[in-house]
Design a protein around this ligand. Structure first.
Ligand code: 5GP
Length: 237
């Protein structure tokens, strides 16, 4: 039995609490949904529960395939226990197909399939709109070391291979996603979450978006779409 302690941080869709065990934190998935750096917000009933279970399934799969993650266990419908990490303030994005910000930034044709997955770093800073950064910025501003940069890139790309496979097997395309890492002991460990809030998933046949783009673009059926993906992956909600 673990007891919830003080609120450590409140993100746009999750809250993080201390527990009576120094090294373990409680991650609470809320129904809150936001886009455009928090400018668009809405509570979508049931999203917290789906994301909690979705994330647990993905983290377990990654662990089983050699990627260390902070996930320990799911302890309620919308709460999971995680290891305390010292998070690096960067987002690691991998793109398999061009859409979203890369098309706006570089004028790339929407839907272009990259020959190799494309990796990008973004700074985690809502006030600045999470700007694109490169390795030199990370080193110059001491957001991470050269070794940490290499480990984050390597792990993010391994994750891409592992996840593309399971999505593809159930008729889905993993278009792009964002992951975050943290330090623990001497290790760099996958933290935060992997849910349809932070990735793009398209139906292979129809091309339909089954992720947070439904919220961003007012397409409706946001939670229902997350449910469809969860169901296909064999996650029981
Ligand atoms: P883009 O750069 O095209 O906006 O996003 C690329 C991918 O990373 C998308 O799957 C998007 O959902 C995810 N992503 C980028 N930034 C964030 C963020 O701040 N929060 C979340 N949840 N996902 C993000």
């Amino acid at each position: 039995m673990i007891n919830k302690g003080n609120l450590l941080s409140e993100g746009k869709a999750k809250s993080l609490f201390e527990t009576d065990q120094q090294e373990k934190l409680l991650m609470v998935y809320r129904d809150d949904t936001s886009a455009f750096d928090g400018k668009k917000k809405e509570a979508l009933k049931g999203k917290g529960e789906i994301n909690n279970k979705f994330n647990a399934h993905i983290m377990k799969y990654l662990e089983d395939n050699g990627i260390q993650t902070h996930h320990i266990e799911t302890i309620s419908e919308n709460e999971s226990l995680v290891r305390r990490l010292d998070m690096l303030p960067v987002e690691c994005v991998v793109r398999n197909i061009a859409t979203g910000s890369i098309c706006r930034r570089l004028g790339v044709k929407q839907g272009l399939v990259f020959e190799e997955p494309l990796f990008e770093f973004f700074l985690k800073d809502d006030d600045l709109g999470d700007p694109l950064i490169n390795d030199n910025h990370i080193i110059a501003f001491k957001w991470g070391t050269a070794d940490e940069i290499e480990i984050m890139k390597e792990k993010t790309l391994i994750i891409n291979g592992l996840l593309c496979k399971i999505f593809s097997e159930v008729g889905l395309t993993l278009v792009d996603y964002k992951v975050e890492f943290g330090r623990s002991g001497g290790d760099i460990i996958l933290g935060d979450e992997f849910t349809p809030d932070g990735c793009r998933i398209w139906d292979k046949e129809t091309g339909e978006s089954l992720d947070k783009d439904r919220f961003r673009k007012d397409l409706g059926d946001v939670v229902e779409s997350y449910q469809i993906v969860a169901h296909k992956l064999g996650i029981s909600i």
